[in-house]
Structure formats: C-alpha cells, structure tokens
Design a protein around this ligand. Structure first.
Ligand code: C2E
Ligand code: CA
Ligand code: CA
Ligand code: CA
Length: 279
C-alpha cells in the first residue's frame, strides 16, 4: 500500500511537473511571438440590421504561429493573462487597432468606432489611462472612434475602481461597451452604477432565440431596460436569419455575427466592407 501511495505521489507530481513545464514553454513562446511580431488582428463588422449599414468593427487578436498556423485567442489569452504577458499583448492590440482605424479613415473609410477588448490585467493596470493615451497619441485616432469592450467579471474585481476608471475613460471621449452581458452575476447594479454606452448581449441568449420564448423574453427585457437608460444594445453571435429576425423583434437593431461575417484579416475586411459604395 505504501508503495502504491508513493507511486501515486510520483504520478501526480509528474503530471503537475509536465503541466508547469508546458505552461512555461507556452509563456516563452508567447514572449517570442511578441518580439517576432507574430500577433495579428482580425476584424468583425458590427452591423445595423434594419439598413445593413456598418456601424463599427471589433478587433480580435490571433497568433500567427510559424508551425501551428493561426491560433485563436482561446488558445493563449488565459496563459498570457496568468503570466502578465497580456499587458504587452493587449497594448500591442490597442495600438495596432487604433492605427488601423486611423489608416482606414484617412483612406476614405467610414467614421465608425473600432472596438478593442480589454483584459482583466490590462484594465486593472495602474498605467491603464497612460496606456490608452499612448495608443491614441501614436495612432492619431480621434478618441470618439475608440470603443473599449470590458466584461462584467473584469469590473467585478473592484467596482469602485472600475467606476472611476470608466469615468476617466469617458472623459477622454472614448465609449465603453459591457461585453458578454448577462453572463456575470450583478448585471443590474452595474447598469445603475457604471457609465456604460452599450451592452453586448452574450451569444448564449441568442443561439436558441428563434425557438426559445424564454431567451426572447430576456432579450426583449434587456433591450427595453437599456432604452430607458439610454444605453445602446448589440446582439452578439448572430449566425442565422431566424436569429436576426428574433432579435430584431426584440427591438435590437445592432448585431455582430457569422451571418454577416466571421472575423477576417484587415485586407479582406477592407475589400468586403470599406470599399467605396459599400458605406
Ligand atoms: P468576445 O470578445 O466575446 O468576442 C467574440 C467571439 O465570438 C470571437 O471569438 C468571435 O470570433 C466569435 N464570434 C463572432 N460571431 C460569432 C458567431 O456568429 N458565432 C460564433 N459561434 N462565434 C462568433 P474569438 O475571436 O475566438 O475571441 C474569443 C474571445 O477571446 C473574445 O470573446 C475575447 O474575450 C477574447 N479576445 C479576443 N481578442 C482579444 C484581445 O485582443 N484582447 C483580449 N484581452 N481578449 C481578446
Ligand atoms: Ca468582445
Ligand atoms: Ca462578447
Ligand atoms: Ca467572450
């Protein structure tokens, strides 16, 4: 029994060891990726469904891995967040997104905002405001064309500080979207207390909405409440025209999802959504 116990101990220790080594390898790979400029941005349109007009664009990071191909954020954001590397990656994303939007605008593109996701670490970084200012200065982008997407769980870490930060961000002329709305715990008190421009209704409320009356009731209630609070609403993850109709019936006009486009590279986005006559 003793021996078995010892083996067991070794077994777990080995597994744990392997896990730690694996994590360290990914961390150093991520560090390399930053140095070697392996991160790229994809872009997904935000549309007004009533007239098919482009109203915004979300920047989504990808890792163009030299051997493994394009890795979506699910494959590295968590490790980047744990190791703190997300701050550098996030700042690269923010700056690059602002520069891209500025360039598009200079080339005659529409005056629409670019939405950038802020991670937990980034948002709670004491240099947050300075970092945002740097990205705006470097790019020359007018702050009213920057929208920051922040999740409820990111804010939950410190509501008082979040409120102060959001107030400062809003004073700069930047807009704020509450991402993944409905998946957190205290959504309503957030709406009451935080200066938010827009709710992004999480895909989980949308995926069954065309045949689930409860989802429809929830989305309709969110939209009605947001209207009273003068907050915009966008439905995420719209894949089918049935889903589009269902959210439109709930008076939600702004949408994002595969129905219009998956996230695509900058050139593809430009060709499909920014060429003259498309806006
Ligand atoms: P998110 O911010 O909620 O972004 C939306 C995700 O849903 C994106 O996945 C997008 O590709 C996907 N999506 C869009 N439309 C549809 C649809 O119709 N159906 C389905 N099934 N999915 C759809 P992606 O790009 O893999 O990003 C996943 C998450 O990674 C993002 O969720 C966000 O939390 C995080 N992320 C992405 N880029 C960044 C970044 O630059 N910084 C940080 N901190 N996080 C990022
Ligand atoms: Ca987002
Ligand atoms: Ca989201
Ligand atoms: Ca999400």
């Amino acid at each position: 029994a003793k021996k078995k116990g010892r083996n067991k101990y070794y077994f777990y220790s080995e597994a744990l060891h392997r896990q730690i080594v694996q994590k360290m390898m990914v961390e150093s790979e991520l560090q390399n990726a930053l140095l070697n400029q392996q991160f790229i941005l994809f872009f997904q349109p935000q549309m007004r469904s009533s007239d098919q007009k482009l109203i915004g664009v979300e920047a989504l990071v990808r890792w163009a891995h030299p051997e493994k191909g394009v890795i979506p954020p699910g494959g590295f954001i968590a490790i980047a967040e744990e190791s703190g590397l997300i701050r550098d990656i996030g700042q690269w994303v923010l700056q690059t997104a602002c520069c891209q939007m500025k360039r598009w605008q200079e080339n005659g593109g529409p005056k629409i905002p670019i939405s950038v996701n802020l991670s937990m670490n980034q948002f709670h970084d004491e240099d947050l405001l300075k970092n945002i200012t740097t990205a705006l200065d470097v790019s020359g982008l007018d702050p009213r064309y920057l929208d920051l997407e922040i999740t409820e769980s990111t804010m939950a870490k410190d509501i008082e500080r979040s409120k102060n930060m959001l107030n400062e961000i809003r004073k700069m002329g930047i807009s704020v979207s509450l991402d993944d709305f409905g998946t957190g715990y205290s959504s309503l008190s957030y709406l009451k207390n935080l200066p938010i421009n827009r709710l992004k209704i999480d895909r989980s409320f949308v995926s069954d909405i065309d045949h689930n009356v409860r989802d429809r009731a929830i989305v309709a209630a969110i939209v009605a409440m947001a209207e009273h609070l003068w907050i915009d609403v966008l439905a995420e993850g719209i894949e089918t025209s049935a889903q589009l109709r269902a959210v439109a019936d709930c008076r939600c006009d702004a949408i994002q999802g595969y129905l219009y486009s998956k996230p695509v590279g900058g050139n593809d986005f430009e060709a499909s959504f920014l060429r003259k006559g498309r806006h």
